[in-house]
Design a protein around this ligand. Sequence first.
Ligand code: ADP
Ligand code: MG
Length: 698
Amino acid sequence: MINIERPMLAEINCQYLKGVGPRMAVKLAKLGIYSGQDILFHLPFRYEDRSHLTPIRQLQPSQSALIEAEIINTSIIRKHRVSMICQVKDSTGYLNLRFFHFSNAQRQHWLTGKKVRCYGEVRLSNQGLEMIHPEYQIGTEADFPPLAQTLTPVYPTTEGIGQTAWRQLTDQVLSLLAQERQLQELLPAELLQQLKFPTLKQALQYVHRPPLNVSLVDLKKANHPCQQRLAFEELLAHQLSLQVLRATLQQHAAPALLDFKQFKVKLLENLPFKLTRAQERVVKEIMNDLEKPVPMLRLVQGDVGSGKTVVAAMAVLQAISAGYQAAVMAPTELLAEQHLKNFKQWLEPLGIKIAWLTSQIKGKARTEILTAIATNEVQVIIGTHALFQKEVVFSQLALIVVDEQHRFGVHQRLALKEKGVLDGLVPHQLIMTATPIPRTLAMCAYADLDQSVINELPPGRKPVTTVIIDNNRREEVIKRIQVVCQSGRQVYWVCTLIEESEVLQCQAAEKTYENLTQALPELRIALIHGRLKAKEKEVIMQAFKKGDYHLLVATTVIEVGVDVPNASLMIIENAERLGLAQLHQLRGRVGRGEEASHCVLLFQMPLSHNAKERLAIMKQTNDGFLIAQKDLELRGPGEVLGTKQTGEIDFQVADLLRDQNLLPQVQQIAKVLTAKHAAIVKPLIQRWLGKAQCYGQV
Ligand code: ADP
Ligand code: MG
């Protein structure tokens, strides 16, 4: 057992540090920094080398360097923008320093004959080499401090706290750190030994003040044991916080849903297909969870079209056959409707009643539905997040199925438990992701959940052939539509726009619709977009499914939930603007029937290197997990999980992409710590995530 004593640095209020007055304290608090320890864990995000002076003649464009020189002339130039140019020289050459922002007082300092030391990036201008807005100090040689003995850290900051202030603050806490018992090493010694990690003290000293013999390039790669150790500890703290969250939820009891099978057997008999082996396996994993009196917390992943819906239906049936209710929640109305259709088709023949609830349903209809839910007249409730408003009271809710488009925050997951059945029991939770998530990312972001993967597609699926075509060959593509439709097949045309505005998206779709109607007069063409009423969309989709239209022009609303096996061609406009996951999801709408299907990615020149690479990946593979991995590499975890705005998976040192290799070990060691060193879990979370309120409270 490690003895947890309150170490000094955690107790020191920032205000007692030199240079921190009440105003500075407020600014620090904005960054979540209150104690000496918090400052110690505010880590640099890059470094500079200010350890030696570079002779002017050796300067290269785009290099950052420290120079010392003599001021020879200062003048104000009024070409284009007003700027102040200071010409300086050392024994090897001349250099211009250029300032766009300067005060008269500042100008007075630049006296000919004085010495200046400055650090900045060198650029090539028409007048030769120059530095724009370097950091500088003017004086005599004796005024300049000794050259840096370590690499110089650059800290993330907020307005009003400069880098000099950060360096002074960290200098103070680092010198405290050098003393005994200032900071508690939380990782057990045998673990450090096993992983060959340095001590926390060494690691922090290293990242705040890296020695001069390390290259900036290596530092950036962050594979030094000191950096790895901190990344490891941060990931570990994150992992533990999710485990704590899970444990908190699982302290509650859940109804044990004994599996009476009768409904499941009937459903399987009625289905026009057999479950794949992967579906069977996942159904079994869920079944085992549901039979236990602890709330299930399980994530089901599977590629687009792998058949997650029917797996969810099997779980729902288990809840119902035990006499309870189940709720199915989808991120969009369209997707919720698709679930409604499937569930009606599958469950109503078994005598099960299904309710539909969205924010669109109002007045008397709403009251009636709410009453039916509260009195157990309906067993399955399908809808959008409207399901979880306060006014919705379930009579016997035992299972919640959440179809996620983007990662559903931990907050929301906690809120769901409020919707429990009576007598203090909370419902089981089944989370399904709309698109696959790379394994390492799932390991980290969904550490509070057990995971099931449907790693097999139903038999007979033909991979979609993808081609990438320049928009200036649009005519050819339109001709191709004609041929496909004449052979009895149907086509999607997906319009995308960079603007977030739905109005603009719809306008673009309307325009394309008009153009295509003119170009293809003999085809029946429909238009669907997000501004249509749910009912209107439904009518159009049904008609398209029945074959009443050849071509469906759509915005990305069709991304989810549409199933038309006869559609065998999809054209996606401005494909370069979409993320890989979204393209994959869209493309998954074709290739659902017997025919070989095609997807045309139309792009607009010029293409960035990154966009080129993304399109090439779409052409190379149909494997959603592989695509997700590439998406992670090209766009980062925030985009892939949809947490960019919420910042939920933001790390200080760790980088999910770079540090993927650490994750399996992090996961394993988090378990060991919880079992054997429970006392350090809380301080570890506090140290790294103390700022994030949500974790602090659980
Ligand atoms: P997703 O995993 O993308 O949500 P769906 O649940 O919508 O996939 O299933 C895609 C299609 O495959 C649906 O039409 C569904 O009925 C069908 N399907 C599901 N499982 C099987 C299976 N085992 N064999 C054949 N078709 C299946
Ligand atoms: Mg689905």
